[in-house]
Design a binder for this molecule. Structure first.
Ligand code: MRU
Length: 334
């Protein structure tokens, strides 16, 4: 698999996911503002990977400004990139807490770099634990449907939902994955189909409006999706269209699982309605690859995420095990 992110001497090298699957090109971010923009414009995306990029972004900003008093600005610049995924806020708050009283610049940079590498390594381990824990719900010869991209292009490791799927494949338990294309930005078609096929995993791509018909024609054992934020009552924000999939799964009696690390769980919010949902440009709906597909003057609504209510979720596969949505609030001691 391609390297998706690499920190090199104060710069952040990012695989530009906007160009996949047709081009495999890297961009080099030399300023914290460039890291913020790479996240905002989805050159790098996926809740865990956004947080890793931001952790390295702190180091980029420190090298850029060479001034410990700029730490607050660096952290708030990175926090302003995208509002919905929780991981970036949790990780930046932890890093800020560790660094904010350090006045010696060299010590500060070296601690920031250690911390960013630790965040990256930890995410890889969290993916492995989620993948292992998820195996309990995968039958032999499984046919699994997934949504958006939650794999090696979205995390520091093998992925969350896709991590469970990769592991099932390596254990010989997987018959096939159905990847939904994930309009409007096509992370399923461009990224999930790309990384699964690159890694030899049997994948069939469908457009998002084919889910009900697929379920009426074929046995699908379960759905597994990722998450951008999970709150106390077990509601889950994830890529727009996830809620649709959950509703259809309920109709057909297909188990619907969410896979996510602890870094996605925000116990400060009570319910899904409290989650800030990013709204993106109307251009993402009106154009595909620069080609206009609707009248320019039409009104558009473009939320990047939706919230799946906990009652539609069979279980949440975490690095600590599998839990019912209503058990999430007891997990981390709050
Ligand atoms: O807008 P994106 O591509 O960052 O959205 C990504 C998702 O919604 C993923 O499902 C989620 O971040 C989990 S990634 C392990």
């Amino acid at each position: 698999m391609l390297k998706v992110i690499e920190y090199r001497d104060g710069n952040l090298v990012i695989l530009d996911q906007r160009l996949l699957p047709s081009e495999e090109k890297y961009i080099i971010c030399t300023t914290v503002e460039e890291v913020r923009d790479a996240i905002r414009e989805l050159a790098v995306r996926g809740a865990p990977l956004i947080a890793i990029a931001a952790a390295y972004g702190v180091c980029v900003g420190l090298h850029q400004y060479k001034d410990p008093s700029k730490l607050d600005y660096i952290v708030s610049t990175l926090k302003s990139a995208r509002p919905t995924a929780y991981n970036i806020f949790l990780i930046l708050d932890k890093i800020n807490e560790k660094l904010r009283n350090i006045k010696d610049f060299d010590v500060l940079v070296s601690l920031a770099e250690d911390e960013a590498r630790r965040v990256h390594d930890e995410d890889k381990e969290l993916c492995d634990s989620i993948a292992e824990n998820g195996q309990k719900v995968i039958p032999d010869g499984a046919k699994i449907i997934t949504y958006c991209n939650t794999g090696m292009l979205a995390t520091g490791g093998i992925g969350t939902a896709l991590g469970v799927i990769y592991k099932a494949f390596w254990k010989g338990k997987l018959e096939r994955v159905y990847a939904c294309e994930t309009r409007p930005l096509l992370q399923g078609a461009r990224l999930t189909a790309y990384e699964l096929s690159k890694n030899g995993v049997p994948v069939k791509l469908i457009s998002d409006n084919m889910i009900s018909y697929l379920f009426s024609k074929e046995r699908i054992d379960l759905a597994i999706v990722g998450a951008d934020r999970i709150v106390r009552n077990g509601d889950v924000a994830n890529k727009i269209g996830t809620y649709n999939l959950a509703v259809v799964c309920k109709h057909f009696g297909i188990p619907f699982y969410v896979a996510a690390p602890y870094t996605t769980i925000d116990l400060s919010l009570e319910k899904g309605e409290d989650i800030p949902i990013e709204e993106r440009s109307d251009k993402e709906i009106k154009f595909i690859y620069g080609k206009q597909i609707s009248p320019l003057n039409v009104d558009v609504w473009n939320p990047a995420f939706d919230v799946t209510p906990s009652e539609l979720i069979t279980g949440i596969i975490t690095d600590k095990g599998i839990f019912r949505p209503d058990e999430i609030k007891y997990l981390y001691g709050k």
